[in-house]
Ligand binder design. Sequence first.
Ligand SMILES: Nc1nc2c(c(=O)[nH]1)N[C@H]1C(S)=C(S)[C@@H](COP(=O)(O)O)O[C@H]1N2
Ligand SMILES: [Mo]
Length: 412
Amino acid sequence: MRDPDAPRSPSSPGFWRSPLRGPWFTSVLGLVLLVGITVLFVTGLVSYAAYNPDLSPVNDKTPDKGILGFYLFAWPTDPHWLYRLNQGVHVTLGITLIPVLLAKLWSVVPRLFALPPARSLAHALERVSLLLLVGGALFQFVTGVLNIQLDYVFPGSFYTLHFYGAWVFFAAFVVHVLLRMPTVLRTLRHPREERNDLVSPRPAEPTVSRRGALWFVGGGSLLLFATTVGQNFDGPLRRTALLAPHGGADPGSGPNGFQINKTAAYAGIDAAETGEDVWRLVVTGRTGTVRLRRDELLRLPQYSAALPIACVEGWSTSDQWWRGVRLRDLAALVGYGDDPPDVFVESLQRSGAFREAALRANQVADPRSLLALYVNGEELSLDHGRPARIIVPAAPGVLNTKWVARMTFGDL
Ligand SMILES: Nc1nc2c(c(=O)[nH]1)N[C@H]1C(S)=C(S)[C@@H](COP(=O)(O)O)O[C@H]1N2
Ligand SMILES: [Mo]
């Protein structure tokens, strides 16, 4: 019930009356976010490193990153589920934390309206950092969710926005944690004594306890988790991922019945160009260029590997059985015997950011890295990249180029 005497301006302390607000409620939510956001930041940076952006300009989604890419490292191929785990954690955790973030913002909302805007220089600086913090948090969560839900609303620029946004946000986050940690620790040690400006001077009657409110927030998180996490698995579990664009729907059955990201129709691939008498794989390297027909590829030694597809959007498949020619054997055909170099892979697809990708020498050398022609015992379907696609252990899905037309070996 609205009190007729209540102050009308959200900047007056009596305006905000929920008895839930106070240092304890904010501290508990803050601690959850401290852990969660740190994991999001680390898995986000790791995910970016997995693209091998320092290898080739075609892999580099943020060419102006400058020193922000200081930490990049050579992405390994072991364990083969590494990217699947990293990105599953990043996306699932990000979605799960949304209710916690909203509750945290709600818990400090009186502060956002506090007047005067600045009492001192230090206070002014703190409020600017809060602006970056709140703006940064909303920006990171909104861009992340839009990217997975709307399927590339910002073609190409998502990586740039999300990557730079992460650094700005995390810097403000670190400042905030340092400033607030003493209060959090005091509050958790003496929950009853601590009082601050978040506690309403004229609280309304409680309708729920602070613990009850936390359970409510946790329940929201659990619900989001339960309706998202299934997109990391095949079979019936995937259908529980009601909130994930790559869950829910049935990807079909049979050997090729697993998640498809971009269909051949979407990528503008005409089945005719993949036909036996038309398609040629063009492989270039130290000793020149060879052109291989499908039947010639099939006469090379064939190998199998059980590997997942794991997309930056956070969905993944369980291991599928891929079969085809080793990348290092293709390198050997054009003059690289024992230690194969990097490779630049191009698709039949004529346009689009994902028509080409570069793989690092360690990825080419791994005996499980294949130019696959078969999956789960059947020819690749057109949507999964017929006649041939790249599959590399632990690599992000975007490096698993479909409808491969050309491979150029050599140090990039
Ligand atoms: N030519 C081409 N290859 C591509 C893509 C694409 O758009 N074009 N998408 C990539 C991305 S982002 C992912 S996650 C995987 C998905 O493979 P799938 O559709 O077989 O599941 O393919 C990759 N290979
Ligand atoms: Mo992807």
